[in-house]
Design a protein around this ligand. Sequence first.
Ligand SMILES: [Zn+2]
Length: 84
Amino acid sequence: MSATVSRECAVEPWPEGVFARHLTWAGAHLGDHSLTVDISEDDLRRAVCRGCGDSHNQYEKPSVSEWAMSHAAACRALPRPGVA
Ligand SMILES: [Zn+2]
């Protein structure tokens, strides 16, 4: 079972510019691999939660990586159905 979950996670498409992804608490418990905090960098390094929509950028404290890890570990939000 866990091998199947890992393959599904590996094939979840990553948007352009995303270089790190953390599965949220809700995503892990529901088996929904679309519930992630994505870290991307173009002109600005930022993390965006695809569960609750909260975000964090490089000018805020803590660092983007630290925020992404701690937010993903705690976020229990589910996106409203039908809203991308
Ligand atoms: Zn969140």
